[in-house]
Design a protein around this ligand. Structure first.
Ligand SMILES: [Zn+2]
Length: 253
């Protein structure tokens, strides 16, 4: 007859290992960039999988696309194996269709930042539709079906915006105000010193200074073990199910 403690010991070992194994599998499935980022930055993959969870953040870019700056940013992100989220302005879409298709094909997430970059608060249903619905339709015609999250310009949200959004509303938790002085050093240092696991970082890909800062931020945070994912991946990673009309600023674990 088998000694009963053996069964209990085997069970104990299994119980201890199971959460780790599930966690490792889950991270591997949800974070395809993990291996990439670590290998490229010379990180230690084994230590990472066996040890602590790496901090994960989402870089988001508003007000584009702008061919010169957005193109350079896409190139830099591709070199670094990083996926970001772009909230695009409807009136900037025409003539940039190839750029938007590249964005989608490279694994970035695309969202809506209104048609004319206006406040969405206090709009009639028809005006809201012209700003958000029209942009969503144009994006669908260019890049196909997608969730197209909403980021209202200026972060302006009221009951009307929540009611009519038609998708989750994504704000941010780190804002370097990169549009203000366009000082690359200051922008990089603001983000690198404030970023923590689960943050949504706000930037604007229409400035050369922001593109340069963003790529330096990626390099600096890679060095510190951070990983970059899209907003949707960040929510999923922290087991948050996004709901239409609901406002999200971060996904802290
Ligand atoms: Zn904006």
């Amino acid at each position: 007859m088998e000694k009963p403690w053996r069964g209990r010991l085997a069970f104990l070992v299994l119980a201890l290992l199971l959460p780790w194994a599930v966690g490792a599998l889950e991270s591997a499935a949800l974070l395809p960039v993990r291996g990439d980022a670590l290998i490229r930055t010379g990180g230690d993959l084994e230590t990472d999988f066996a040890g602590e969870e790496a901090p994960v953040v989402a870089l988001t870019f508003d007000d584009g696309p702008r061919r010169s700056t957005t193109g350079a940013l896409l190139e830099g992100l591709a070199q670094r194996g990083v996926h970001a989220t772009f909230f695009l302005v409807g009136e900037m879409l025409e003539g940039n269709e190839d750029l938007i298709r590249d964005m989608a094909a490279q694994g970035h997430q695309i969202g809506i930042h209104s048609y004319d970059h206006v406040w969405l608060t206090d709009l009639s249903a028809a005006d809201f539709e012209r700003e958000v619905g029209r942009t969503r339709e144009t994006l669908r015609s260019i890049a196909g079906e997608g969730s197209y999250l909403l980021r209202p310009p200026y972060g302006g949200v009221d009951r009307g915006v929540e009611k009519r959004a038609g998708s989750p509303i994504i704000l941010w938790s780190v804002d370097p105000e990169d549009w203000k002085d366009r000082d690359v050093e200051r922008i990089v240092s603001h983000i690198v010193s404030n970023a923590r696991d689960g943050d949504i970082i706000l930037m604007h890909d229409i400035y050369q200074s922001s593109v340069e800062a963003a790529l330096r931020v990626v390099d600096a945070l890679h060095e510190k073990g951070f990983l970059f994912v899209t907003v949707e991946e960040l929510a999923q990673h922290n087991h948050v199910e996004l709901e239409p009309g609901k406002v999200y600023r971060c996904f802290y674990p």
